[in-house]
Design a protein around this ligand. Structure first.
Ligand code: ZN
Ligand code: ZN
Length: 361
């Protein structure tokens, strides 16, 4: 068994007592991958004090043998959760079973409940949080994902923005990721010009980018399963003074947020508060409707939280974003985002593209 799998499995087993469960049914795909190394879509893990099973179906039997060691393979015929719980029962296990409520549909939950005789307990994000602090290998991959993201964004914007459709710019980012050896994009890119940029999660469409607009581009590569996440706001042609002023406020807010990131800082009370204070002071508080950041890893949104309503204490080795924004309905949006590695006394930026307002034709 690889050292990483051994240590992750032991950390997972270490949760059992504190959670008051005898075994865990891990069904969230990113957690399955993290704990076992399996990259396929449909598998569950069953982890008890003295057993560790990976359950999947015939489509994945070869793949699971290649990718996974340290877990006994359970070959499920029929419905995955039904077969997984059946395998657990076959061991004679009757104690309380921990489930991941957020990763089970209600129908799946009913299947588990019907098939398993013992008690169930939703363990929330307990297993998922094992992934929050990254090890050296994960950090190396995430540095690479950041570099690929920087490089792809620069290459695409160098081709100009004015006169291009948002969706074509988004498509070009995917081409660049592939050219640079990434698996693809970590999430569908946001490319939104002018008033469209005031929608924080705008979907790029047929809209043609015009001179004088700000253009929000939010994108990230996926490398070896790990995500990167950057936002830059570009000026397509010379922006007005009003747009420049908004940009400068967001930049100051992002730098204040980054300056607050360090091991021991709190995502809400320190990082979000630092960014939000700058935007509030400029009178734009009501135009910053989302959290300042989020953890990044195998998923583009994961622990820790860095929002106004929820936050976690940061630890060295966590990877998170800092991404304040201002959204002015009918006019423009500005967001500036970096993915950073939390260190003992600050952070290391994994996305390093310049934050001077770039004027692009
Ligand atoms: Zn983003
Ligand atoms: Zn983000």
């Amino acid at each position: 068994m690889s050292a990483a799998v051994t240590s992750r499995l032991e950390r997972c087993r270490g949760l059992l007592g504190g959670l008051g469960v005898d075994a865990l049914l891990v069904s969230a795909a990113a957690d399955v991958r993290y704990l076992s190394g399996f990259r396929g879509a449909d598998a569950t893990l069953l982890v008890g004090a003295d057993f560790a099973f990976i359950c999947t179906d015939a489509r994945y039997w070869d793949q699971v043998r290649e990718e996974v060691d340290g877990f006994a393979l359970v070959e499920v015929r029929g419905e995955l959760l039904d077969g997984s719980v059946g395998a657990l029962r076959a061991t004679g296990a009757k104690g309380r079973l921990g489930i991941q409520g957020a990763a089970l549909s209600y129908a799946s939950y009913r299947t588990v409940r019907r098939r398993y005789g013992g008690g169930l307990r939703d363990v929330g994000a307990a297993v998922t949080r094992l992934r929050a602090v990254k090890d050296a290998d994960e950090i190396a991959v995430m540095r690479r994902a950041g570099r690929v993201t920087d490089e792809a964004l620069a290459a695409v914007v160098a081709g100009g923005l004015v006169g291009r459709r948002e969706m074509d710019v988004a498509w070009r980012l995917r081409e660049e990721y592939q050219r640079l050896g990434a698996e693809g994009e970590a999430f569908p890119a946001i490319v939104a010009g002018g008033a469209h940029g005031a929608q924080a999660h705008a979907i790029p469409g047929e809209r043609v980018i015009a001179a004088g607009e700000l253009v929000v581009i939010d994108t990230g590569a996926r490398v070896d399963g790990y995500c990167s996440d950057i936002t830059r706001t570009f000026a397509a042609g010379q922006p007005t003074d009003e747009l420049r002023r908004i940009y400068d406020v967001v930049l100051a807010a992002q730098l204040a947020g980054l300056a607050a990131v360090r091991a021991g800082a709190h995502g809400r009370d320190d990082v979000d508060a630092a960014s939000r204070a700058v935007i509030d002071a400029a009178g734009h508080g009501a135009r910053f409707g989302h959290g300042t950041g989020h953890g990044v890893g195998l998923e583009v949104h994961e622990a820790p939280g860095l929002g106004r309503t929820q936050g976690d204490t940061l630890a060295a080795g966590m990877v998170c974003t800092v991404e304040p924004g201002i959204y002015v309905e009918g006019l423009a949006g500005v967001r500036i985002e970096d993915t950073v590695l939390v260190t003992a006394d600050g952070c290391e930026r994994l996305t390093t593209a310049t934050k001077e307002l770039q004027v692009v034709d």
